[in-house]
Design a protein around this ligand. Structure first.
Ligand code: MTE
Ligand code: HPA
Ligand code: MOS
Length: 754
């Protein structure tokens, strides 16, 4: 990594409480509070909804049902299958039915209790395989295929089959969903929203209000975390606030409390999957088949896109000649599940890792032997047609192997286990390969707006949303580098749909790449105008190089007297245009959804992690002791931020695989509905050793300043924790039939031990 380490300039304001989130916006005079009446049974027909008494309550201004929506009662992003407010039926517990708008939050709460609601129950499905059996699907099933698995299996020396389960995951962003809407002139509305997708909120609100998108302004300062949960689902909350503000012509604030947020919003899609894997006598994986049953919940939301990424990453980082993978998006009576860091990729990778582990156990070898042997190299054709280029799969593994030799690690663990009857250690290796770009090619574009003010200070707007991942800092670095000026001169503006339009959500780990390249385009337009000026002012020939560096103009490496502020003042006097709009659309990518072939990703991110766990075999509890990683950052633009993304992602992945258990009962009621019943990793769950090293690499031209995307890929290292724990259990009880069922909670470990 050659870029200098730079602290994130926003951190100080975050930790001292000065950063503004939606609920910190000073409340305007006349603001109404909006509370949501949601269904308490998971499937049923609404037989009575009477709001008359509630509407008479003190402070209540109006109660909204679907009859009060001026436009379309629809919030479905990919498929129009999700009403904003329920009409005749409800399909999940937590489904919004009515809104109360009152002078205070307490008054709105009180009125909620007075709404008369009767629902006649209908049968509830929570299991995706059951939904599939009944033909309940959210979208068309998909298959990606390469070679001929059926024929290949008959030639394999070893064939294994199995079943794999992975659970949901609550986003638990520190800041819950929420929006604050203000009516503005010309029949318009401005919404301060906690969203990853300002344009998605704008589009949804325009549809619900029945107005043009030009009448809906969405403004985002930052998020207290999104993790995918605010890519699509923030739109609902934006629409609640906007509907009230637009109809009543008063500002309206709608922010759910934690338990409401947990109850009403979707989570990571749980999956139930089948695999079949075939190996030759030398342990080469010859064929792989998998069928994924995705638990989509009651509406499509982003599940069809998530399903697709599961198929893209179904073979992880392995070179396999014959692959056939199918996925079904199953409609159940749960809240619509949605994007979560990795976007279906983790669910797909978990299954092939289980298949390899199953093969290894049956063949009496370490899984790492099979993993290492099958890592893909440049020139490999993925099952979706893209040819691997710049693969770091083997490099990362080799570098980790040099640091922690595989045989030594296993010997050490064996020695420990031989001398500790009560404690058992287990290890697992976890390689990753994650494609960067939205899998929907048309989403891979971005814009930026740059103003250089006459005093030399710079204002930057992009479509990027800051959610803790540090994209604002990266954008400032891009602008500073393009102009050769200090970071102090740059201000990053809020993300606002009137300044930067038609944005893709900040997601797919591609935010810095897409917006950074658009920003560089804008800055370079201004810089070339400045260069023309310098040439005429200082009489510099066309062939001589002009460099902006250290706030000064250099001519062929010779410093001139002209500083940045002087240059800008001159440019202003000469009536130079000091503003520019930049645009970027990822080149080279394409994908044919019918054939399932193409070149969908700008590039891939690789890495390998070793995880070592210790299980207390009396109690079933455990610690993750070591996560040792070699990761492909490319040439990191900000190593501090990127390391933080790695650490956070790994711990979040460990949480998904070990302790985070989203539990619904058979009636579709969320049991893990608060932080007392849903356990996420805390500082004590962080591995004692969490060591992340970069692999030496060139980076990719399609990443920003050759700094590879880092937001999602590291989460998948967390999958190693599942297998490390499973190995520890097997060290204690080799006969254990412990299933490939995540999360590996202490309860499951205990059951597996005995
Ligand atoms: N990091 C923090 N602190 N907060 C978040 O909400 N979201 C993750 C990841 N890292 C998230 C985060 C997800 S799901 C994605 S897609 C990326 O950040 C989005 O930002 P990027 O595209 O800039 O990497
Ligand atoms: N990743 C994340 N979010 C998305 C994607 C994707 O590939 N496609 C649509 N939304
Ligand atoms: Mo991230 S799941 O793409 O918001």
């Amino acid at each position: 990594m050659t870029h200098p380490p730079l602290a994130n300039i926003e951190s100080a304001a975050h930790v001292t409480g000065r950063s503004i989130y939606v609920d910190d916006i000073p409340v305007m005079e006349g603001t109404l509070w909006v509370k949501v009446l949601d269904a308490r049974i998971a499937h049923g027909r609404i037989t009575r909804l009477d709001v008359r008494e509630a509407e008479q309550m003190e402070g209540v201004v109006k109660i909204f049902t679907h009859h009060d929506i001026p436009g379309e009662n629809q919030v479905g992003g990919i498929i129009p299958d999700e009403p904003l407010l329920a009409t005749e039926e409800v399909h999940f517990q937590g489904q919004p039915i009515a809104l109360v708008a009152a002078e205070t939050e307490e008054q709105a709460e009180a009125a909620l209790q007075k709404i008369v609601l009767e629902i006649e129950p209908l049968p509830v499905i929570t299991d995706p395989r059951e939904a599939f059996r009944q033909g309940k699907l959210l979208s068309g099933s998909r298959t990606f295929s390469k070679g001929n698995t059926a024929a290949a299996f008959s030639g394999c020396a070893h064939v294994f089959e199995g079943k794999v389960e992975s659970g949901g995951q609550e986003h638990l962003y520190l800041e819950t969903q929420g929006a604050y809407a203000v009516p503005t002139e010309h029949d318009s509305v401005r919404i301060y929203s906690s969203t990853q997708g300002p344009t998605a909120v704008q589009r949804t609100v325009a549809r619900v209000l029945g107005v043009g998108m030009n009448r809906v302004e969405v403004d985002v300062a930052r998020l207290g975390g999104g993790f995918g949960g605010k890519e699509d689902q923030a739109s609902t909350w934006g629409a609640f606030a906007a509907l009230v503000a637009y109809v009543l012509k008063r500002p309206a604030k709608c922010i759910p409390h934690r338990m409401e947020d947990m109850r009403m919003t979707g989570k990571r899609n749980p999956y139930s999957s089948d695999f079949k894997i075939g190996l030759d006598a030398d342990l080469n994986i010859i064929a792989y088949e998998a069928t994924f049953f995705q638990n989509g919940g009651a509406a499509a939301d982003l599940s069809p896109a998530i399903l697709e990424r599961t198929l893209f990453h179904a073979a992880n980082s392995y070179a396999i000649p014959h692959v056939h993978v199918t996925a079904h998006s199953c409609k159940t009576n749960l809240p619509p599940n949605t994007a979560f860091r990795g976007f279906g990729g983790p669910q797909g990778k978990f299954v092939i890792e289980a298949a390899i582990d199953c093969s290894a156990k049956n063949l009496g070898v370490a899984a790492a032997v099979i993993q290492r042997k099958n890592l893909l190299a440049d020139g490999y054709e993925f099952h979706y047609g893209q040819i691997a280029a710049g693969s770091e799969a083997q490099n990362c593994w080799t570098k980790l192997e040099q640091k922690r030799p595989f045989k030594a690690v296993l010997a050490e663990i064996e020695a420990f286990n031989a001398t500790h009857p009560r404690l058992k250690k287990g290890a697992a290796w976890m390689p990753i390969c994650f494609g960067i770009s939205f899998t929907n090619t048309m989403m891979n574009h971005a814009r930026a707006l740059v103003h250089v003010y006459s005093d030399g200070s710079v204002g930057v707007s992009t479509g990027a949303v800051e959610m803790g991942q540090g994209v604002n800092m990266k954008m400032m670095q891009v602008a500073a580098a393009c102009f050769g000026i200090s970071l102090d001169r740059i201000k990053l503006e809020t993300t606002n749909t009137t300044r930067v339009a038609n944005t893709s959500p900040s997601a797919a780990s591609a935010t810095a790449d897409l917006n950074g390249k658009a920003l560089a385009d804008a800055c370079l337009q201004i810089r070339s105008r400045l260069e023309i000026l310098v040439r005429s002012q200082l009489g510099v020939s066309k062939t001589t190089r002009i460099i902006l560096r250290d706030e000064r103009i250099f001519i062929d490496e010779q410093a001139t007297d002209m500083t940045w502020p002087q240059l800008i003042q001159q440019a202003f006097f000469q009536r130079t245009n000091l503003s520019a709009k930049g645009h970027y659309a990822t080149p080279q990518i394409h994908f044919d959804k019918i054939t399932g072939k193409g070149h969908p990703f700008a590039y891939h991110v690789y890495g390998t992690a070793l995880t070592i766990c210790t299980v207390d075999c009396l109690r079933g509890n455990y610690t993750v002791d070591v996560v040792d990683v070699v990761h492909d950052f490319g040439n990191s633009i900000n190593p501090g931020i990127d390391l933080g993304q790695c650490e956070g992602g790994i711990v979040q992945g460990i949480g998904w695989m070990t302790m985070e258990e989203v539990a619904y009962n058979a009636e579709g009621r969320l049991l893990s509905n608060a932080l007392s019943t849903y356990k996420i990793p805390d500082i004590y769950s962080v591995p004692a050793v969490l060591d992340i090293e970069p692999v030496d690499t060139e980076g990719s031209e399609l990443s920003i300043f050759k700094s590879k995307a880092v937001g999602e890929p590291p989460l998948m290292y967390g999958i190693g924790a599942f297998f490390a724990l499973r190995n520890a259990v097997l060290a204690f009880n080799p006969q254990s039939d412990i299933a490939y069922s995540a999360p590996m909670t202490p309860e499951k470990v205990l059951m597996g031990l005995y």
